[in-house]
Design a binder for this molecule. Structure first.
Ligand SMILES: Cc1cc2nc3c(=O)[nH]c(=O)nc-3n(C[C@H](O)[C@H](O)[C@H](O)COP(=O)(O)OP(=O)(O)OC[C@H]3O[C@@H](n4cnc5c(N)ncnc54)[C@H](O)[C@@H]3O)c2cc1C
Length: 520
């Protein structure tokens, strides 16, 4: 993906006065999923993202590809079944990024084994042919063998079940590359600034500002899809300033620790915390990630901040199960994500987790809610509606069996480059230059060649893009990622043709941001 080429295509199409079939606003899982679906049906599609692809919620998830055990408890069987099917399709289409993971629910009361044991059998049953493995009851010894760091005092046993795990930002980048491979035009750092209307007042395009040049781009389109997550209502108000809000925002935090806090390869799942929420502690990229919370927030932000009480809650709850209990000094990083929940009454954890398609009187098509795991199904639903509304050619969805960029079945052979899948070979070739084989920090596996690859092929533009999403350094170890800023800025500057002043500004800007990912 080359940004200059993408911008050129937008300009060229406007000059030729040929509308795109679909213009998408928002480059998270939802918007990029729509771009993949539309492009794979042969539709012309342009997507604009205000920041880097995946900057919003889609890089800040719990990293689970799951049916949602919690929704089972709420009796939402159709949601669970649909998500379990999508879980299976995601593993089938992106085996280099989606892996099975065993989860243990530890039992400290006599009633938990039969209660969770039966519930998780139902979970297995609903997955049908898309199952990841059979759940079963564990003795106390078996539970401790799987989770040696678990608090043994009062433990009666456990239940093991299976779900999927992934690297969310990496899948997002590979989805953007899939869309680009299929002919879609995607531009990052290009916020939508307004909507175009025809003489009847229907939305028929988008204006967007190229943040790198200040140029205003005009993108005429038969249908405009609003896929901006927690920013959904701000786009809807571009068409109708009086539009009633559709989403409310809830925030969730995760803390990252050394892997030693979760010995073994099994994740811990606490189905009911002291205030009725779910808490996971999962192994991820050689670390342990614990979360999440569910706290209502007033206004969306691209860089939400953790609340002290959220940090305390995760530390305290995780500390009840892990020995030794982690302290604030053990936190290597904290990251925060915002959920767009479809408007309703009451506590945010009781609001709808289903996706919603909404058509405003202006014809603006909004898709929001849902979850990462169901992005493909959401996109299919959205493009089906876009075809009807925009009178576009009736082509069937083909993404059920569409391989995602990087697809390979034995990515494990690429070691620390595994997440790149089939692209790992090209990165290895780059690393034949000894200066690009250099590891950027001893605490993390990332090498200089990955920075060059991110800039040349994946449209990374800033130090933050490289350290937060193209690699996951910022999420895994904020201090290490701060130390990596300058070498990364120099590598990027060489690729993007930037000067010394740019390097200084990038390092300063990035280090100020990275402070928010530290706890002490
Ligand atoms: C804490 C947390 C944990 C989660 N864990 C999981 C999980 O483990 N598994 C799972 O399946 N799901 C999980 N989810 C849900 C999942 O992450 C979200 O459903 C999904 O990422 C939402 O994607 P999105 O594209 O709708 O939103 P986003 O990823 O937020 O994308 C919206 C994009 O729109 C862009 N944008 C905004 N305004 C404009 C504009 N004017 N012009 C252009 N672009 C604009 C933003 O920059 C942003 O990139 C979790 C959610 C949270 C909050």
């Amino acid at each position: 993906m080359r940004r200059e080429e993408m911008v050129r295509r937008l300009r060229q199409r406007f000059e030729a006065q040929i509308p795109w079939d679909i213009a998408v606003i928002g480059g998270g899982a939802t918007g990029v999923g729509v771009a993949v679906d539309a492009a794979s049906r042969g539709l012309s599609v342009a997507l604009v993202e205000a920041h880097d692809f995946g900057k919003g919620t889609s890089s800040r998830s719990t990293k689970l590809v799951h049916g949602g055990v919690r929704y089972l408890e709420q009796g939402n069987i159709p949601l669970v079944m649909s998500a379990l099917k999508e879980r299976g399709l995601m593993r089938q289409n992106a085996p280099h990024l989606v892996h099975d993971l065993a989860f243990v629910v530890p039992n400290y009361s006599w009633w938990e084994a039969p209660f969770y044991g039966v519930g998780l059998k139902l979970y297995d049953l609903l997955a049908g042919k898309y199952g990841f493995g059979a759940s079963r009851l564990l003795s106390k010894e078996e539970t401790l063998a799987r989770l040696p760091a678990l608090e043994p005092e009062g433990l009666t046993g456990g239940v093991v079940y299976f779900d999927g795990q992934f690297d969310d930002a990496r899948l997002l980048i590979h989805l953007a590359m899939t869309a680009a491979d299929l002919g879609a035009t995607l531009v990052n750092y290009c916020p939508a600034t307004g909507l175009l209307h025809d003489i009847d007042g229907y939305v028929n395009g988008v204006t967007a500002r190229d943040e790198e040049t200040g140029e205003i781009l005009t993108i005429p389109a038969r249908i405009v899809v609003n896929a901006t997550g927690v920013f959904t209502d701000s786009i809807r108000r571009m068409a109708d300033p009086g539009a009633e809000p559709l989403v409310v925002t809830s925030q969730g935090i995760h803390l990252v620790f050394e892997r030693s806090f979760l010995k073994g390869d099994t994740a811990l799942m606490v189905p009911r915390t002291s205030d009725g929420r779910v808490l996971f502690v999962i192994p991820w990229h050689g670390h342990a990630v614990a979360g999440t919370t569910d706290t209502p927030v007033d206004a969306p932000s691209l860089e939400p901040r953790p609340l002290d009480e959220e940090i305390e809650f995760v530390l305290e709850t995780a500390g009840r199960y892990l020995t030794p209990p982690p302290t604030p000094a053990d936190v290597l990083g904290v990251y925060v994500g915002l959920r767009p929940l479809v408007q309703g009454e009451g506590k945010t954890s009781a609001l709808s987790r289903d996706h919603v398609l909404h058509v405003d009187p202006s014809g603006l098509l909004t898709i929001t809610g849902g979850k990462w795991t169901t992005y493909r199904h959401m996109a299919e639903d959205c493009v089906d509606h876009a075809i009807t509304l925009g009178k576009l050619p009736d082509v069937e969805c083909v993404t059920r069996n569409l391989r995602i960029h990087g697809y390979t079945e034995d990515a494990g052979a690429f070691g620390s480059l595994e997440v790149y899948g089939s692209d790992a070979e090209a990165i290895r070739t780059l690393a034949q230059d000894p200066s690009l084989a250099v590891q950027l920090h001893p605490a993390l596996p990332y090498i200089a060649a990955e920075v060059v690859w991110a800039a040349r092929v994946e449209m990374a533009r800033t130090v933050e893009d490289v350290l937060a999403r193209h690699t996951r350094a910022l999420f895994l170890n904020a201090n290490a990622a701060i130390a990596m800023a300058e070498p990364v800025a120099r590598l990027l500057a060489a690729e993007l043709g930037r000067d010394e002043a740019w390097i200084t500004a990038q390092v300063q800007e990035y280090c100020a941001l990275a402070e928010q990912y530290r706890v002490v």
